[in-house]
Design a protein around this ligand. Sequence first.
Ligand code: NAD
Length: 361
Amino acid sequence: MEDVLPVRFDYHALPSRVLFGAGRRRETPEVARQLGCARPLIVSTPEQKDLAGAIASLFSASSAHIFPEAAMHTPWDVTSRALAVVQESGVDSLIAVGGGSAIGLAKALALRTGLPQIALPTTYAGSEVTPIIGETQDGQKRTRRTLDVLPEVVIYDVDLTLTLPARLSATSGLNAIAHAVEALYSVDANPVTSIQAEQGIAALAAALPEILANPASRDARSRAQYGAWLCGTCLGSVGMALHHKVCHVLGGTFDLPHADTHAVMLAHVVAYQAGAVPHAMRRIARALDADNAWTGLHALAATLHVPRSLAEIGMPHEDLGRVAELVLQETYANPRTPDYESIRAMLERAWRGAAPQPDSL
Ligand code: NAD
């Protein structure tokens, strides 16, 4: 199977430093010192407050502050409370410990303070290597892309992922796969991110079922982290498309759980795109070792026992039309031009948990 070399492309490398390996969280104070910092604000969700405390204890006595109030979709009220803490405490850096919620909060703070960031990811969502921030205010999630939010250093320590429940491992892993999938048909696709995307999908698709079978497997979890890094890098390097737009509407306006939404929607959106980007479909199928991209993704979701329908994760059926309308507003560049009827039909299939259907083939 031959890969198509685009005749013209741009490639931008992202300026972040990545440390990968078990136990490397202990290097956090030294990494901070190299950034010229010693008094960090450590942000986490309430559930990971103890982990934030453990990272704080690596710093010399009472030099680190903790803000354990991060929440999904980076709500503005949380950010404004955290900004007050930054100003009162005189911290000189930001450390995010956790998944995309903690990392999102640190990005929101970096954007407004210019403080350097270190990220210690504990899920597979990939946000730590993207210059992208999504923030929610008045029920609208807005995304922007700026290097000002890219963490300076990312420390991938597999030990921090061992407690990630099987279901969250699966859904955040599928979230990462979604980044790579869209990178393969992005308007900015280039040969380097396409290699990363295919490797990232393959690494996660192989590791996630192993994690479900044996959540304590450091080997499988390391390979999943490696995949998450590659997939996140793809999202950070090239533009998102329809799948991310659909998920941002469902998450930001209807408050559906972020990773579950990705897990439900991915195979449906891929089927929707199929006719427009056959070369990307071939690479996704190859990474999944499947006959085609959408049935491969649908089968992976079944293997991982993730939610299979929008109904199951709380989407009201009467609002599907509104979702379709919002998706068509300020839509991201996409290989197939979306229209109301086809988006509404795709959402209906996803709501019912029906098989994905490539209606454009
Ligand atoms: P999350 O950060 O919301 O975490 C989900 C829950 O799992 C939280 O309660 C958290 O404390 C807990 N948790 C995380 N790691 C754990 C661990 N190792 N052990 C036990 N519990 C753990 O979930 P997520 O899916 O990583 O992030 C979702 C958020 O990230 C959304 O707001 C989404 O928009 C954002 N996101 C942003 C980007 C980007 O590039 N900007 C990319 C992906 C996701």
